[in-house]
Design a protein around this ligand. Structure first.
Ligand code: ARG
Ligand code: ZN
Length: 870
């Protein structure tokens, strides 16, 4: 019984106003909801009132103040039905009891470190009270919370605080919050607890004064400074980049330590995984700082793309997520280095989304059906969804894109919209037909674009013959051609771009528009044979087959005007060698790559962060995906290690010089330039230790001990743990001793150990599951230990004896009854199992079958198991 997009019907009943009253209690929180219900004039004549629930206990029901007899309604844990509503509009009062302490799913009202908090997206509100829990029912909410003053001195909800105070004669107090903006139930939030507050203020472009608050566990306030700074920069950026201002008097963020995902954009009250709020140089890495900046921005940007304009139904999830990821990527690009940000985003896209798109869990950016919506918060919906918006901008140009966004905001503010609405805004603003472009939302799979270039010296023309094909994916055996904006350049012999002219027209911004299965482009006035630079800036999320020679790639790595393609040229060279090495076990001949890498390293005009990206070899996952079938992760690991050693040895002098030259001049600052220098220096450290030479290990051990910040300390530890040397256990023990009070740092300690490519890692991971710092109840711990093993250690997860697969399946089954979302996420690590060689493939299949055959699975886990096997 999957839910289908094609079956969408408007809600039968609307809710105009919601009054909530919470009496917080650790195990018996009492929720009174007053819903102003109104029959939808666009609904079915005489339709009953059917409200969603999930595990609810009903205490009392009243209509317009009069208690309701048991015979006039039907209430179960998952549904409340009034078969004969008394009128076309009335107030329904519902009292439910919920147990926040027993809520281990972390959906609905739950407790984290003793504090009360909520997570409602996508279907958690129904775990609090009965409600039409769907995003196209928009209401204004007033929330009254009361609690023990001792237990929960801080009481927060959406919107503005309108009233608060003690409850005379009791130990309790209360607060009333009012949110004037109509919203769907998934944006409701409540927080109660003992929290420290970091306060600041922001004045919007039009002069609205906004009180900003970041609430964190007591004692951690000094770690919220960077998040606050990122929030203020986000608020300003949305004004200048998109003309979007904040719309309430308060904006609050709460950091909690038990959270299923990254963060949540509840109106005026964002709730965060504390990993994306807390930072100090001693405990957070550069990657943590940029993660905080990106997620703070992402959730803030949802205020317009998600909250003011929300989704009609969950099939439209990419309407808010793809667009908001695009917006946060653009923000970070403006705050940091645009090319380096693009490279990092594309690396992440390929690792997570391309692999998803090439396996059994592939699905369109806008799925057509689902069994469990929680399983569609995926790299495809988020990251590929962002790429689709980016392509739209590339096709329409800066001004056309902005005009489309402005029209979208103007038309749909206050509405629950669809992808069709979004596309229509751009079509109407620019006069462009986007029908074929919209296939990006419908067709899954990563298109393959094959390009052949030929030069005609006599005619002075250069011709590109381009074909595109989208591979078959589950449920989609055949595909239609897509609109692919392929940004290209023709790089002349001296390294400069040649003019791009088709007939008599100059190709604007280098954008070729592919729309057919096969197309040819003949560029005129080309005086010398160029090297084509294809898909510049990764303008389309496709696999390009270019047939470029090693010499041409070396040339592009040195000269391409497009920094992304300089990076990509080096990656392409490396990938060729790695594939060959993994396939044949053949000795690699990396001279061309070494030369190109040496030039990049020596080029003083290049940003260190860019160099670090260019010199980092493609990951094991990317190599596996390129090989596509009969993958042996051990062979990939060996090939990669061999190539890394070859580079490390050949460039030892340059790398040592780089390492020495990049010593920090002053104390740690998290800015992009300093972070870039650290990333290159730590890359050098890694290469210099790859053969586990005494000198390389000693250098890493010294850095581990002397580092004044977590980035450098952790980078050194990461180098040490990959080698079977005595320094490894010594450093791990020292790290634990030093940071054992800090759960988020111990997560890094778990991750590094889970990712060791050694045959005793599985035993180590099993041992760590019994470590006092580990807890199956905390999603960050599970992801750091078991998730890092399953998704970040291809050789050990895919052990040929099947023990890695069996272990992860066991953890999934143990976790499922407690937290199905985290369990199903973990099971998704099997998403590339079909590409494995037969022995490992059989063991993965057996593990998946064992999971699938277990009775009583959650919808989350059973959906992933079924589709993975499908
Ligand atoms: N809307 C949130 C974000 O992207 C993600 C919340 C997803 N939560 C969930 N339980 N699936 O920022
Ligand atoms: Zn989001």
């Amino acid at each position: 019984q999957p839910i289908r997009l094609a079956d969408y019907r408007p809600p039968e009943w609307l809710v105009d106003k919601v009054d909530l009253d919470f009496a917080l209690h650790p195990t018996q929180a009492r929720v009174t909801a007053r819903l102003a219900l109104r029959r939808n004039p666009k609904g079915t004549q005489g339709a009953p009132v059917i409200l969603d629930g999930d595990g609810l206990t009903l205490v009392r029901l009243a209509i317009d103040g009069a208690p309701l007899a048991g015979s006039s309604f039907e209430a179960g844990p998952d549904r409340l039905t009034l078969a004969h509503p008394p009128a076309d509009s009335f107030t329904l009062e519902i009292e439910t009891l919920v147990d926040p302490t027993a809520n281990t799913q972390l959906m609905g009202l739950y407790r984290s470190s003793g504090n009360y908090c909520t997570q409602c997206e996508p279907e958690g509100f129904r775990r609090i009270t009965y409600f039409p829990d769907r995003p196209d029912v928009l209401a204004v909410y007033t929330t009254r919370i009361e609690a023990e003053r001792e237990e929960a001195p801080i009481l927060l909800s959406n919107g503005n605080l309108v009233e608060s105070g003690p409850l005379p004669g009791t130990t309790r107090h209360y607060a009333v919050w009012q949110d004037p903006w109509p919203k769907p139930s998934y944006l409701f939030a409540l927080v109660g607890g003992k929290l420290a507050k970091v306060a600041d203020r922001f004045v919007t472009a039009s002069g609205r004064e906004v009180e900003l608050g970041i609430y964190v566990e007591e004692g951690k306030a000094e770690r919220a400074g960077y998040a606050m700074d990122a929030l203020k920069r986000s608020m300003r950026w949305d004004e200048t980049a998109f003309g979007r201002e904040y719309d309430l008097d308060v904006f609050n963020i709460v950091a909690v330590s038990d959270f299923n995902m990254g963060a949540m954009e509840n109106k005026g009250l964002n709730v965060f995984n504390d990993k994306y709020v807390l930072a100090s140089p001693q405990v957070a890495t550069d990657a943590d700082y940029s993660g905080i900046e990106g997620v703070i921005a992402h959730e803030y940007f949802h205020n317009w793309t998600g909250n003011r304009i929300t989704c009609r139904d969950w099939f439209q999830l990419c309407l808010k997520e793809g667009l908001t990821v695009f917006r946060d990527q653009e923000f970070s690009s403006d705050q940091r280095s645009r090319p380096v940000k693009r490279i990092a985003d594309v690396r992440a896209l390929k690792a997570a989304q391309f692999s998803e798109d090439s396996g059994p869990l592939a699905h369109p950016v806008r799925p057509q059906s689902y069994r469990e919506i929680n399983n569609f918060y995926t790299a495809t919906v988020y990251e590929k969804g962002a790429e689709v918006v980016r392509m739209l901008k590339t096709l329409l140009g800066e001004a056309g894109f902005r005009a489309g966004m402005d029209l979208y905001f103007q038309r749909h503010d206050g509405q629950a919209a669809t992808i069709e609405d979004f596309a229509a805004a751009f079509a109407d603003a620019t006069g462009r037909d986007l029908t074929q472009f919209s296939l990006w939302y419908e067709q899954s799979g990563t298109p393959v674009v094959t390009v052949k270039g030929s030069y005609d010296a006599e005619a002075r023309t250069y011709r590109l013959d381009v074909s595109q094909a989208v591979p078959p994916t589950p449920g989609q055996p055949t595909k239609a051609p897509m609109v692919i904006p392929l940004v290209v350049g023709l790089v002349g012999p001296n390294g400069d771009d040649l003019p791009l002219t088709l007939g008599n027209t100059v190709v604007e911004r280098g954008v070729l528009e592919l729309t057919k299965a096969e197309q040819s482009f003949v560029f005129t006035g080309i005086d010398a044979r160029p090297v084509p630079s294809l898909n510049r800036g990764f303008s389309a999320p496709v696999n390009v087959v270019s047939g470029l020679t090693a010499d041409e790639r070396v040339f592009l790595a040195a000269h391409d005007a497009d920094p992304f393609n300089r990076f990509d040229a080096l990656q392409g060279l490396a990938l060729g060698l790695l594939k060959e090495g993994a396939r044949a076990g053949a000795p690699v001949a990396p001279e061309a790559l070494i030369g190109a890498a040496r030039n990049i390293l020596a080029n003083t005009a290049l940003d260190p962060a860019f160099k670090a990206q260019a010199l980092a070899l493609p990951g094991e996952g990317e190599i596996a995906r390129e090989l596509a079938a009969d993958v042996d992760p051990d062979a990939i690991y060996a090939a990669r290690k061999a190539l890394k050693s070859a580079l490390g040895n050949a460039l030892a002098g340059d790398l040592a010089q780089t390492y020495g030259a990049l010593v920090a001049a002053g104390p740690f600052t998290p800015d992009a330039a300093s972070a870039g220098r650290r990333s290159l220096r730590n890359l050098a450290l890694d290469y210099l230790a790859v053969t586990a030479s005494a000198e390389g290990i000693a250098r890493a051990a010294a850095q581990f001990e002397q580092a004044d910040n977590m980035t450098d300390r952790l980078a050194a530890l990461a180098v040490l743990v990959q080698h079977d040397v005595p320094e490894r256990e010594r450093a791990l023990a020292a790290f634990y001793e030093r940071f054992k009070a800090d759960a988020l740092v111990i997560d890094k300690w778990f991750i590094l150990q889970a990712q060791i490519a050694a045959s005793d890692t599985l035993e180590r991971v099993k041992g760590l599951m019994a470590h006092p710092a580990f807890s199956l109840g905390n999603p960050n711990r599970v992801r750091s230990l078991v998730g890092a093993f399953a998704a970040g250690n291809p050789t050990q997860f895919n052990r040929p004896d099947g023990a890695g697969h069996a272990f992860v399946a066991d953890v999934v089954l143990t976790l499922d009854p407690k937290n199905p979302q985290v369990a199903s996420r973990l099971l998704s690590s099997f998403k590339t199992w079909r590409q494995l060689e037969p022995v490992r493939r059989a063991s993965a299949e057996a593990a998946l079958r064992r999971v699938a055959d277990t009775p009583g699975l959650s919808a989350d886990v059973s959906d992933i198991a079924t589709r993975a096997l499908g």
